[in-house]
Design a protein around this ligand. Structure first.
Ligand code: NCD
Length: 307
């Protein structure tokens, strides 16, 4: 491997060069058989999950990845029942938990929280979602899904659809995709347009089209990446009411998607992808979950210096 992730924090996808991401995607393939038969690669290692925000997939995915590599898992979800309720700050929590674990996986409602945790921790910190800002491991598994399902990333037309303002997965994914030679469509209602700072970060590196009209571009797309409207992050509930249900993919609509096109979603879905879409051959969101497990196995093994 021309670079090493051993001991490294995974905080922002912007910290990675394209060659590094390509290498991560390539090396993740080797974890497929280990996911099936298990391994003791991380025997004796402990991962702590510090989840200050709800999660099903990400937390269980990291936990499953660690178990499948023979490691141990400790942690909490939600600050109820922890010393955070007593007023302990994140820095102190991190300085305590690093004594119990070899790697910390942190999800927090505040932007910058994972970076702060990494500054205080002497063990690697993996950002499992920092407010509306970033979700770097999701971006890696999204790229891995595209590469596995379509065989390449360069040359594709990709649409990110839905809540581009508060959705952290699409922020990380947009940065990551901008390292490739793709055409990126950003499809959202006006008030949920892609954050300015992300646009500033990707413009000039990738061909970007902002639009509200998904139906018009659908036949051209190779990847339709749909997101949930992030209700919990709206400061004004009236604003949420205005945009909820903006995009709702149905199998009828998707009959205009190429047979080789794919539909992705970081999950959880609410109403933006109809259940009847699950049956169309282009639906890939549950495969994405499986690929996420492999990517996280690779990342844990790497930051813990096992490969
Ligand atoms: C996402 C998240 O938490 O940002 N979920 C995930 O990790 N797969 C997406 C969401 O909550 O909508």
């Amino acid at each position: 491997m021309p670079f090493s992730l051993a001991g490294r924090d995974i905080i922002s996808i912007k910290d990675f060069k394209r060659e590094e991401i390509d290498e991560i995607l390539r090396l993740t393939d080797a974890f497929e058989p280990l996911a099936d038969r298990g391994s003791d690669m991380l025997k004796g290692k402990i991962m702590a999950t510090l989840f200050f925000e709800p999660s099903t997939r990400t937390k269980l995915s990291f936990e499953s990845a660690m178990h499948r590599l023979g490691g141990e898992v400790i942690g909490f979800a939600g600050s109820m029942g922890t010393s955070v309720e007593k007023g302990e700050n994140l820095a102190d929590t991190v300085r305590v938990v690093e004594n119990y674990a070899d790697v910390l996986v942190v999800r927090h409602p505040l932007e910058g929280a994972a970076r702060l945790a990494a500054e205080f921790a002497s063990v690697p910190v993996i950002n499992a979602g920092s407010g509306a800002e970033e979700h770097p491991t999701q971006a890696l598994l999204d790229l891995y899904t595209i590469r596995r399902e379509l065989g390449r990333i360069d040359g594709l037309k990709v649409a990110l659809v839905g809540d581009l303002r508060y959705g952290r997965t699409v922020h990380s994914l947009a940065y990551a995709l901008s390292l490739y030679d793709i055409k990126l469509y950003l499809v959202s209602p006006e008030i949920l347009r892609m954050r300015k700072e992300v646009l500033a970060g990707i413009r000039g590196r990738v061909d970007v089209v902002e639009t509200e009209d998904l139906a018009g571009i659908l036949p051209e797309l190779d990847v339709v990446y749909v997101t949930r409207i992030q209700k919990e992050r709206f400061a004004d509930p009236a604003e949420y009411e205005e945009v909820k249900g903006s995009y709702r993919l149905t199998s009828a609509m998707l009959s205009r998607l190429k047979p080789t096109g794919i539909v992705m979603h970081p999950l959880p879905r609410v109403d933006e992808v109809d259940y009847d879409v699950d049956r169309i051959p282009q639906a890939r969101y549950f495969k994405q979950v499986r690929y996420g497990l492999l990517v996280r196995m690779f990342l844990l093994a790497s930051v813990l210096g096992a490969i």
